[in-house]
Design a protein around this ligand. Structure first.
Ligand code: PRT
Ligand code: ZN
Length: 290
């Protein structure tokens, strides 16, 4: 029987588009946009299962799927013994925060001693309360956590926050982030040891995804420079290896190319200008390997 890697992806929601984008950018093609339950890629031995995110850790654990893309919060909340994170995909970033109604005198997590905290993540919350020695009662609600204080079933909440708008709209104040999450790829523990053939496929996929992720926050800069400044330029760009240096028609000048971190670009730009660099070009990098 042909070995095929089964990937569970959220059918529709905050993770779906980006998960599919990563898969597509890894050169994996599949047919429809309709996201039927099961779909086979046309040019790579993988099959997709489009399901609710809550079910993904269990499906991976049970072997219904081999790997899955899910929020770290969902995976930690399920806390399944035989499931582990293989990659942090660094999208859908959010935090689990404590929020209290305006006027609540919050100083630290201890202010919640004896209080009821509504959350959809009781396991994560319980663990953190325990670690911090706070005796509060988590109240499980599966959705609309932000209305629980108003309806009188909780004194505070612990919910996912990204922009903070939902809290504000419900008269709540975010007072303390207690946990950070982003989308992760999960598999069964020891997948790489126990399931060799499928692990080979996963390794090929990860190599492609890593190349994409590495490129995501990098830029390629190309500039002309008086030849004698080359050592200074190498110091400024602090490239992965030495920058590429190409001769120009005017032999006292060279053209230099290097990969730089996007968040350092403006500093590098100014420093390069200050040593006489000209014609600085900046380009996106689509994929990259070490
Ligand atoms: O239908 P299905 O069960 O598959 O999806 P779902 O509705 O359970 O999940 P979905 O699609 O809402 O979220 C999937 C994952 O996205 C979560 O498990 C998180 O890891 C991540 N994520 C990132 C978020 C948010 N940002 C987010 N803002 N998940 C939920 N929210 C909600 C939050 O619960 C709150 O109601 O958005 C509201 C807060 O947003 P702000 O921007 O107002 O702060
Ligand atoms: Zn869900």
């Amino acid at each position: 029987m042909e070995d095929i890697l089964r990937i569970a992806i959220q059918h529709s929601g905050r993770l779906s588009e980006k998960s599919l984008e990563i898969i597509r950018s890894s050169g994996i093609e599949f047919g429809t946009e309709s996201r039927i339950l099961k779909e086979r890629a046309t040019n790579f031995p993988v099959e997709f299962l489009f399901v609710r995110d809550d079910d993904i850790p269990t499906y991976v654990s049970d072997g219904v799927a081999d790997i899955g893309i899910v929020g770290r919060n969902e995976s930690d909340e399920k806390d399944i013994e035989n499931v582990e994170v293989v990659r942090d995909l660094k999208f859908a970033s959010c935090r689990l925060s404590i929020a209290v109604p305006r006027g609540f005198d919050y100083k630290s997590l201890e202010s919640l001693n004896g209080k009821r905290i509504a959350t959809s993540y009781p396991n994560i919350l319980t663990k953190i309360l325990k670690e911090r020695g706070v005796e509060a009662t988590p109240v499980f609600v599966s959705g609309s956590v932000e209305v629980t204080v108003q309806i009188g079933i909780a004194d505070a909440i612990c919910d996912i926050v990204s922009t903070g708008t939902t809290l504000k709209m419900n008269g709540l104040e975010e007072v303390e982030p207690i946990y950070y999450s982003s989308a992760v790829m999960i598999s069964r523990k020891n997948f790489f040891i126990k399931e060799r053939k499928k692990a080979e496929i996963l390794n090929r996929l990860l190599e492609r995804m890593d190349a994409l992720m590495m490129a995501r926050h990098k830029k390629y800069v190309l500039f002309n420079l008086p030849k004698e400044k080359i050592d200074k330029a190498a110091e400024i760009v602090g490239s992965m290896k030495s920058p590429t240096v190409m001769p120009l028609l005017d032999s006292s000048w060279v053209s230099v190319g290097a990969v730089v971190d996007e968040d350092k670009f403006w500093k590098i730009f100014e420093e390069l200008k200050s040593i006489g660099a000209e014609g600085i070009l900046v380009m996106d990098i689509e994929k990259m390997t070490e």
